[in-house]
Structure formats: structure tokens, C-alpha cells
Design a protein around this ligand. Structure first.
Ligand SMILES: CC(C)(COP(=O)(O)OP(=O)(O)OC[C@H]1O[C@@H](n2cnc3c(N)ncnc32)[C@H](O)[C@@H]1OP(=O)(O)O)[C@@H](O)C(=O)NCCC(=O)NCCS
Length: 201
């Protein structure tokens, strides 16, 4: 398997935007997907924080990150407030935390360590920039179908009694579950909630 994790480049923009459609199908709101011009802005704003995974020459994964201050994170912002806009206006070059804005791996390339490679790149970046840690809001795509409230659902997943297609892998990638943030973004499958996860070196 020839898997390469590297920085996003301008030549990848169309492929990375296409990946969004494959990874976040309806009912995920289409207006919350990156378009190529958003990804181009990410390269302008924080090129070091944008990664892709290339498997056998094809872009199969992408991960967007930005810096935020600890104070902003502790104020429990919504996802939209945190990123500022889809061009990452909320990126704070002096921020001590890396915020994992999103990660996507093509359905045909899953369960082969692609997300693990992208997370390792983020952790290396944290080391290189001397940051304090990694934070994220994690989708809970099995929540609505479970019939459970988001907090109860996430606790079942953390305990290993339920498996979630996103929270379970994110926990296996070393993130610690901190709690649930309601109304983090419009995401019916997740009941408009997200798991709050973090990692410290
Ligand atoms: C979540 C996602 C990024 C995982 O990507 P991936 O490349 O398949 O993950 P990896 O192969 O690196 O697997 C990482 C770990 O999670 C486990 N895992 C992966 N998918 C899993 C699943 N559906 N259920 C349970 N465990 C899973 C793997 O076994 C591995 O664990 P291990 O190394 O301890 O054995 C991918 O499924 C995806 O793109 N989902 C849609 C987009 C999304 O929800 N993004 C997150 C937004 S918050």
C-alpha cells in the first residue's frame, strides 16, 4: 500500500472538494461542505495545517486544521463561530491549541489507516509549532438512529457498548472524550450535537 501524507497543494483543490461530497452525503447539509475556493483560502491562511492523504496516487483523505486560543476554546463556541467563516477567518496564529476542523476519508479507502496518518501529521505539527494540544468537535452520526439523547449516546460509545462510525475511530486515534456540545452545527444524524474531544502531548 503506497500511502503518502503531505500538505494540501493547489493542484489538489478539486479532488479535496470532491472528497467532501463522498464523505458527507445527505442529510449532512451541503452548505457546510468545503468548496474549492474555501480550501484555497485555507492554504492562504494556514498552509502548514492542511493535509491530504494520497493512496496509490489518488487523493483519498483530507484534514483541515487551524489554531485557536485556549480562552476561545474554553468559552464553548459553536463550530460556526469558531471557524469564523468557511475561509477559516477564525484562525489565530498565536493560538496555543490546534483545532481539528474536519477530516474526511473516501469510503473506498476507509479502515486502512488513512485517518491515523492524518492524525499523526497533526500531532507532528503540534510538536513542531510547540502547541499545547489538539481539540475537535466530533460528529455522532449514529445518534439519531439510536434514539438516545446525544450525551447518553456518546457515553455508550465511549464505554464501548455502541459503535459510532465517527466517534469510535476518533477515540481509537487517541482523542479523549470530554463531553457533548449541543447545537454545534446543523447535523440531523448527530441530533445537532457533537462530541468534544481533545488530545495533549
Ligand atoms: C472517521 C473517518 C475519518 C475514519 O477514517 P479511516 O481512515 O477509516 O480510519 P483509520 O483506518 O485510520 O482507523 C482508525 C481506527 O478507527 C477504527 N475504525 C475506523 N472506522 C471504524 C468504524 N466505522 N467503526 C469502528 N472502528 C473504526 C480502525 O479500526 C482504527 O482502529 P485501530 O487502529 O485501533 O484498529 C472516516 O470514516 C470518515 O471519513 N468518515 C466520514 C467523515 C467524518 O465523519 N469525518 C469526521 C467529522 S467530525
Amino acid at each position: 500500500m503506497n500511502l503518502v501524507i503531505r500538505r494540501l497543494e493547489k493542484a489538489d483543490l478539486a479532488a479535496a472538494a470532491g472528497l467532501q461530497r463522498a464523505c458527507f452525503p445527505p442529510p449532512f447539509p451541503e452548505d457546510h461542505l468545503w468548496q474549492a475556493d474555501h480550501l484555497a483560502s485555507h492554504l492562504d491562511v494556514f498552509p502548514e495545517g492542511q493535509f491530504v492523504a494520497v493512496l496509490e496516487g489518488r487523493v483519498v483523505g483530507s484534514a483541515t486544521s487551524m489554531q485557536i486560543s485556549t480562552e476561545v476554546w474554553q468559552a464553548r463556541p459553536t463550530f460556526d463561530d469558531l471557524i469564523g467563516d468557511f475561509h477559516l477567518a477564525g484562525h489565530d496564529p498565536a493560538g496555543r491549541m490546534l483545532f481539528a476542523v474536519d477530516i474526511s476519508v473516501h469510503p473506498e479507502a476507509r479502515n486502512r489507516g488513512v485517518a491515523r496518518g492524518l492524525y499523526e501529521a497533526r500531532k507532528t505539527l503540534i510538536h513542531d509549532l510547540g502547541l499545547d494540544g489538539l481539540t475537535a468537535y466530533c460528529r455522532l452520526p449514529g445518534c439519531q438512529a439510536s434514539g438516545l439523547p446525544p450525551q447518553d449516546y456518546a457515553e455508550e460509545v465511549v464505554a464501548g457498548r455502541l459503535t459510532d462510525a465517527t466517534l469510535t475511530p476518533v477515540l481509537r486515534l487517541g482523542m479523549d472524550f470530554v463531553g457533548v456540545r449541543e447545537l454545534a452545527w446543523p447535523d440531523p444524524e448527530s441530533r445537532d450535537a457533537a462530541g468534544v474531544v481533545q488530545w495533549k502531548p
